[in-house]
Design a binder for this molecule. Structure first.
Ligand code: ARG
Length: 276
């Protein structure tokens, strides 16, 4: 089943207050709050204009990264169509209390909630899990924010076929910063993010590979684009090569501004979760 809803969280308390990844390092205290709010509303409107219902989880004071709703949970449906969710174990302590708000959110919706056992230290859900819904494949990144071991549990809990990928570039610390599935044939990849075997592996799944330019990806997070419907690709504006590549592959490009969120190491893909 394809998730048809989008979950977002208003950036009421969004800020960069600590050094949690390489992008945050030089941006502490530099967020323009009014601008971030505008950028968030623009993104929400894009999803609505594409026909998606956008659900909202209330922001919590002090949780500056809660706007990145890709990271706290992994929703899925089981063989009988029941709604389930696996809760994250956030690596940075500044983000750990976000998860209890998501737990409450899912409890209210009647989801069956799964927690990972003690031997899994870290798991950041859809930051590291990029799913090909047409083929039911879950690509699972590990190395920075997620333990490889997590995927042993995910294989057992879900119906996804799991493909593990090792990340080696600290700037590309989540799988969604270096890989995006556009549809079952096309994907965007930052080659400098992966350990050699993982790179070969991921390429073998897609006949049409769009290679992100390393500089464009660092500046504009092009691999953090999102294609919610197999046709439209939403991305941070301003990349020349990416724009060309996307059009040549037959997709429509929707450019938007997310610069305030890139200061925190996230863009389009991180700012939403696909929900059942
Ligand atoms: N500041 C956030 C963090 O370091 C950014 C998260 C971006 N999310 C993502 N899915 N890549 O955790």
């Amino acid at each position: 089943m394809l998730p048809q809803k989008i979950l977002m969280c208003k950036p009421e308390y969004f800020d960069v207050t600590y050094y949690g990844n390489e992008f945050m390092k030089d941006n502490i205290g530099k967020v323009n709050k009014a601008e971030s709010m505008k950028q968030w509303y623009d993104l929400k409107e894009i999803y609505e204009s594409l026909g998606f219902e956008v659900s909202l989880i209330p922001p919590a004071e002090g949780l500056v990264d809660m706007v990145f709703t890709a990271n706290q949970s992994l929703p899925f449906t089981d063989a009988s169509g029941n709604k389930n969710v696996i809760l994250s174990k956030m690596k940075n302590e500044q983000r750990q209390s976000e998860v209890k708000h998501f737990r409450k959110f899912y409890e209210n919706l009647g989801y069956k909630i799964h927690e990972l056992p003690d031997d899994v230290k870290y798991f950041e859900s859809m930051g590291d899990c990029v799913i090909d819904f047409e083929r039911n494949i879950l690509f699972g990144g590990y190395g920075f924010r997620t333990d490889e071991k997590t995927y042993d549990y995910i294989v057992n809990l879900t119906n996804f076929n799991v493909v593990k990928l090792k990340l080696i570039n600290p700037f590309l610390y989540h799988l969604d910063t270096c890989f995006s599935v556009l549809n079952k044939d096309s994907a965007v990849i930052a080659e400098d993010a992966f350990e050699a075997q993982s790179l070969e592996c991921i390429k073998s799944y897609f006949p049409d590979i769009i290679k992100a330019d390393a500089q464009e990806n660092l500046k504009n997070f092009v691999c953090n684009c999102h294609c919610p419907d197999g046709k439209n690709v939403i991305v941070q504006k301003g990349s020349v090569k990416f724009k060309e590549d996307i059009k040549n592959s037959g997709f429509s490009l929707i450019e938007t501004e997310t610069a305030e969120f890139i200061k925190s190491g996230g863009s389009v893909f991180c700012m939403k979760l696909m929900l059942y």
